[in-house]
Design a protein around this ligand. Structure first.
Ligand SMILES: O=C(O)CCC(=O)C(=O)O
Ligand SMILES: [Fe+2]
Length: 264
């Protein structure tokens, strides 16, 4: 699968056209190379390589260590949800502390999107409470993620009854902070499984290892780059040959006059 395909739009500049091209589905994924400024990269890399993950091997099965909490882990009940919102402030402060004197990857994402989108961009809120944004995912050597979707009624982000339900698109975004330069490829398929189809093939609980599914695009994640795609289309991560640390987020898109809502 070629890295440069007509289904990927790659740029050194994050422009309104690049974002629209993804949102309106003229391409399957977009890449902004050298998105993080080089002067901050080495600092953020070394701080995150030494940071302690808040959870080891999430018990939902996916082999990821994390700093921060993803929204989908709060679907189990009110206590979980309270914990998620309590931790969002702690997480944002922790990341500011880790990255200072530089801005955090997610602050850079929000600042860029705010300029690019007519309605601006902000961290999402649910009933007045600020969500967590810029989750740190740490995939260790040899680990991979099977074909999955993030936003789907039967996918991990399937918590219903919030403003996110009204989004017209949910995008995923990953800023690559540590990669091995050869493995941990991100692959996407131009297909949106409907919830029942997803439930049927989700044989691992966090995705499917169906070998008949072929990728439409393939990304070699390079440090400092940003890759975005549609969270309800199939994607997977091939085995990493070393540590692989990302700052990952979702973007709920309503219409052009409304702010993009960023959350993890
Ligand atoms: O890190 C990546 O390239 C994608 C990760 C992903 O899809 C996920 O954690 O849901
Ligand atoms: Fe994903």
């Amino acid at each position: 699968m070629p890295q440069h395909s007509s289904k990927i739009q790659e740029s050194l500049l994050f422009t309104p056209d690049l974002l629209r091209c993804l949102i309106y589905e003229n391409v399957l994924s977009i890449v902004v190379n050298q998105f993080l400024p080089t002067e901050s990269l080495a600092h953020i890399q070394s701080r995150l390589l030494n940071a302690k993950s808040s959870e080891k091997d999430y018990n939902g099965g996916a082999p990821i260590n994390r700093i921060g909490r993803p929204w989908f882990t709060s679907k189990d009940g009110a206590d979980q949800e309270k914990d998620y919102f309590d931790q969002s402030k702690v997480f944002h402060e922790y990341m500011e502390d880790i990255c200072q004197p530089y801005q955090t990857p997610i602050d850079r994402v929000i600042r860029c999107l705010d300029h690019l989108w007519p309605g601006g961009a902000k961290i999402g809120k649910i009933e007045g409470q600020t969500m967590c944004a810029g989750l740190i995912r740490d995939i260790t050597k040899g680990k991979s993620l099977p074909w999955h979707v993030d936003a789907n009624r039967f996918g991990p982000d399937g918590k219903r009854g919030t403003n996110l339900d009204r989004a017209n698109a949910i995008l995923f975004g990953n800023v690559y902070i540590v990669t091995d330069g050869v493995g941990g490829r991100l692959q996407c398929r131009d297909q949106r499984p409907n919830p029942l189809a997803y439930q049927k093939v989700n044989n691992l609980g966090y995705g499917s290892n169906d070998i008949s599914m072929e990728p439409d695009v393939d990304h070699l994640p390079l440090v400092g780059s940003l890759v975005m795609g549609h969270a309800d289309k199939w994607h997977r991560v091939l085995a990493s040959q070393g540590r692989r640390i990302t700052s990952s987020f979702f973007v709920a898109v309503y219409d052009e006059s409304k702010p993009l809502e960023i959350y993890s």
